[in-house]
Write a protein that binds this ligand. Structure first.
Ligand SMILES: [Zn+2]
Length: 122
């Protein structure tokens, strides 16, 4: 499913992406095995692990995912084949989607609502 990894560091040292445990969460997300949201962070064990996926164009599957913890600031960012169940939000602009999840973190309450609605729609 993962078609490439383009994690890159910005100039900000606050966010870190050097822990594989976040990548292991990806499988649960893609297969919609999400029993609670936010998720439990495998690094700091708080329930503050967020994610957001984005399909680059409608009706295509190519997109990206960001997984990040609001507490310990570990994150992971991949390109991937976005699963069918995912719906983009219409209030995330393409310019919000930088490698570091800074803009997503500031919208995490909205993202949480979006994900809970989306998960409930099956
Ligand atoms: Zn954490």
């Amino acid at each position: 499913m993962i078609i490439g990894n383009f994690v890159e560091f910005g100039g900000c040292n606050m966010w870190r992406d050097d822990d594989d445990r976040l990548d292991n969460i990806l499988n649960f997300i893609v297969h919609k095995r999400i029993s609670q949201y936010p998720l439990i962070c495998p690094i700091c064990s708080t329930q503050e692990l967020n994610f957001y996926m984005h399909r680059y164009k409608e009706h295509v599957h190519k997109g990206a995912i960001w997984i990040w913890c609001s507490n310990c600031k570990y994150f992971s960012h991949f390109s991937l084949v976005v699963p069918d169940w995912w719906e983009n939000s219409n209030w995330i602009a393409l310019e919000d989607l930088t490698a570091l999840p800074i803009n997503l973190e500031s919208k995490r309450e909205q993202i949480s609502k979006h994900i809970k609605n989306t998960i409930g729609n099956n």
